[in-house]
Design a protein around this ligand. Structure first.
Ligand SMILES: [Zn+2]
Ligand SMILES: [Zn+2]
Length: 338
C-alpha cells in the first residue's frame, strides 16, 4: 500500500509531527488532491491549540491548499484527474439544507472546514468534497495560489461585496498578510485606497502596493484624516486589535461600512455615530469554492500576488512558529514534493 507524509497534530497543544500514513481513497462525492503547496494561516492555531469546538485528533491542518486532482470518487461531476485546483477554509456544503437552499452555501449546516473537520493540506495528499474545490489558473504557481485560498479570497470577496464603487474611498487597516493583499485588490478594483498602519516606514510599501494615501496611525488620528478625504465608504479592518478597530470608526462617511475580517475578541462601537450617518459595522466570511475560483482568476489576470516565505513540508513546525511570531513577510507557505 502506497504511503504519504503528513504533518499532524495528535492532541491539543501537541507538536506538529511528520508521520507516514496510507494514501486514502476518495469516497462518493469526494476527490483526492496531490498537494503542491499549502499556506499556513493563523486560524491553524485552532487545530494546534484545540480551541475549535469538537475537533478530533490526530488532525492534519491546512486550508490554503493548491495541487492537482489525482483521483475522483463516484458521483463526482465536473472534476477530473489532472485538473489544477485549490481548497480553502470552506470545506464544502451539502446543497440541500435550508441555508444551502437559500443560496447561503457558506452557512451550510454541515459546517465543514478544511483542515479542521477533516484533514487538510499539510500533506502530500488530501481528500476534499467536490463542492470545496476551485479551479487554479495555469498562470499561477501553486505557491502563489495557496495563500489566496484563505487570505486572498477573504480580502477579495469582502471588497467586492462591500458596496464600494470605483472611485470611492476605501481604507485598509493593517498591512500584514491580509492587508498587503487588500491594498492590491482594492487598487485593482478602482477604489481610492488608503492604507492605515503604525509607523512612517510602511508608507513606501503601501504606495507600491497601490495605495494613493497612507495614514500613520501613531502620528495622526486616522479617523480625522479619513474625514478630510470626505470619509471612507468602506474601512476593511484586518487587524486583531479591537482598540485599533474602534479608533477608525469615526472616519466612516455617510452610509459607510466598517468591515471586520480580523478576529478581534471585542471592540467599542458608537451607536450615535452609526445611526446619525446610517453607518454600519459588519463582519465578512471568507467565501466558498466559487469565490476562491474568482479570486484566483482575478489575481492571475490583475497581477495581485501574496508575498510569501516558503518552507518545505518537513519543516512545517518551523513554518508554523514563523507564522505565529507575526514576523513573516507576509504569508508562510509549505511546499510539498519535488
Ligand atoms: Zn485561513
Ligand atoms: Zn447545506
Amino acid at each position: 500500500m502506497a504511503t504519504m507524509r503528513v504533518a499532524q497534530i495528535s492532541r491539543p497543544n501537541g507538536p506538529l509531527e511528520t508521520v507516514e500514513r496510507q494514501i486514502p481513497d476518495p469516497g462518493a462525492g469526494w476527490v483526492r488532491i496531490r498537494v503542491q503547496a499549502c499556506g499556513i494561516c493563523h486560524s491553524d492555531a485552532l487545530v494546534k491549540e484545540g480551541t475549535y469546538p469538537g475537533i478530533q485528533y490526530p488532525r492534519v491542518p491546512g486550508h490554503e491548499v493548491a495541487g492537482v486532482i489525482d483521483s475522483v470518487g463516484t458521483g463526482v461531476a465536473g472534476w477530473q484527474p489532472g485538473q489544477r485546483v485549490g481548497v480553502g477554509w470552506n470545506g464544502g456544503y451539502c446543497g440541500h439544507c435550508e441555508q444551502c437552499r437559500r443560496g447561503e452555501l457558506f452557512a451550510c449546516v454541515t459546517g465543514q472546514v478544511t483542515g479542521i473537520t477533516y484533514d487538510g493540506g499539510y500533506a502530500e495528499y488530501m481528500l476534499a468534497p467536490a463542492s470545496a474545490v476551485a479551479l487554479m489558473p495555469a498562470e499561477l504557481a501553486p505557491v502563489e495560489a495557496a495563500p489566496l485560498m484563505c487570505a486572498g479570497v477573504t480580502m477579495f470577496n469582502a471588497l467586492r461585496n462591500s458596496g464600494a464603487r470605483p472611485g470611492d474611498v476605501v481604507a485598509v487597516l493593517g498591512l500584514g498578510g491580509l492587508g498587503h493583499l487588500g491594498v492590491q485588490y482594492a487598487a485593482k478594483m478602482g477604489f481610492r485606497v488608503v492604507g492605515i498602519a503604525r509607523g512612517k516606514d510602511k508608507e513606501a510599501f503601501a504606495r507600491e502596493l497601490g495605495a494613493s494615501e497612507y495614514l500613520d496611525s501613531q502620528a495622526k488620528d486616522p479617523a480625522a484624516e479619513l474625514l478630510k478625504l470626505g470619509g471612507a465608504r468602506v474601512i476593511v479592518a484586518t487587524v486583531t486589535s479591537g482598540d485599533a478597530m474602534s479608533a477608525v470608526q469615526g472616519g466612516l462617511g455617510v452610509n459607510g461600512t466598517l468591515l471586520l475580517i480580523g478576529a478581534a475578541h471585542s471592540m467599542q462601537v458608537s451607536p450615535m455615530l452609526l445611526l446619525a450617518g446610517r453607518r454600519s459595522v459588519k463582519g465578512w466570511y471568507s467565501g466558498t469554492s466559487i469565490d476562491s475560483q474568482d479570486t484566483l482568476a482575478f489575481s492571475a489576470r490583475s497581477g495581485v500576488r501574496s508575498m510569501n516565505e516558503v518552507f518545505p513540508l518537513e519543516r512545517a513546525s518551523e513554518g508554523y512558529d514563523r507564522m505565529l511570531s507575526g514576523k513573516a513577510r507576509f504569508r508562510v507557505v509549505l511546499t510539498v514534493g519535488s
